[in-house]
Write a protein that binds this ligand. Sequence first.
Ligand SMILES: NC(=O)c1ccc[n+]([C@@H]2O[C@H](COP(=O)([O-])OP(=O)(O)OC[C@H]3O[C@@H](n4cnc5c(N)ncnc54)[C@H](O)[C@@H]3O)[C@@H](O)[C@H]2O)c1
Length: 353
Amino acid sequence: MRLAVIPGDGIGREVVLAVLPVLALLNEACDLGVEHDVFGWGADEWLATGTGLPDGALDSLATEYQAIVLGALGDPRIPDMAHGRSILLGLRRGLDLYVNYRPLDLPTGRIDLFRENTQGLYVGVGGTIARRGSVSVAIDECVYTRETVEKFVRFGLRRLADTGRTKVTLVHKSNAVPNTGRLWQEVFEAEAAGFPQLSAGQEYVDSFCYHLVRDPSSYEGVLAPNLFGDIISDIGAALMGGLGLASSASICPETGCGLFEPVHGSAPDIAGKGIANPAAAAMSLAMALDHMGYGKQAVLLRDSVREVAGTELATPDLGGSGTTEGFMAEVTDRLGARLGGEADRAGEPATTA
Ligand SMILES: NC(=O)c1ccc[n+]([C@@H]2O[C@H](COP(=O)([O-])OP(=O)(O)OC[C@H]3O[C@@H](n4cnc5c(N)ncnc54)[C@H](O)[C@@H]3O)[C@@H](O)[C@H]2O)c1
């Protein structure tokens, strides 16, 4: 198994590098044999060489690695985020990672949010007309193909049904954005008919956001186009207790490619202070472990992260006084103790009922 690690910029680098000792521990304690390579793609390289995603990177990632863990991209020296589009959007589109799964772990229960990840307003179709040096006309086109919407909706419904969820909500805005909105509705209605075990509903995105904040318990599975899903996941992160807790998986179900990353960005306001919350990065590593077939280790890692998030060693965004490094050192210790406990139990004589 090989894991590609792209720390990126700002706190992305800090949190990803802080979680890597977990991998070393798991390799040693469980003999996982997961090797990793770190790629320095990000703002510094872009500014030094003009390279975002290097030639050949997509092929290499698709064929030589089972999963990718990414920190975050974004740097105040590159205000138009050109390097981020090259690297992050390049990976999402180049590897056809059209399903973005963002679990919202709330006190009222988990919401499984699926965001379409490659099309919509993020396709980069459009342009500007400038007069006397300033933009006078700006166009960003929202583009959806039936093929992508169909495979995305089908995957989300199948996953929800397979994991025992009973309810799914499509989020759209077909009253104001009728063309792509209608396509999503048509596809959703046709595909949902094949999943009678799921009670299927639809909501306008504005009303959905209102109800999500007022009563998250009324949702189980949510399917959303790209931009709406992006915004909803930050609202969900706020409901969870902060952006530092929200992780995500971008996958192509057909090829098995998977990219795992925190929902948050590079947070220039706290970068370099050593106080970024590493929980979302650790949860992203847990998702990567799940993806590579190490579900048991992923559960133990998640439990350890949740435990430390409730202590004084948590970072200031969670109300603690800890540091990124200190948080992860404690997670690693507790994970080690859990693995030791598992090993002890495995050595115990089997009991019979
Ligand atoms: N996937 C990505 O790489 C990604 C996602 C979002 C934003 N960005 C980029 O990141 C840069 C900063 O964007 P932004 O400020 O709008 O969003 P952000 O997510 O970086 O930060 C928003 C706020 O949340 C806080 N925050 C975020 N993550 C945190 C963590 N782990 N621990 C503690 N606090 C945390 C920040 O300090 C900030 O106050 C921009 O360049 C943006 O384009 C990248």
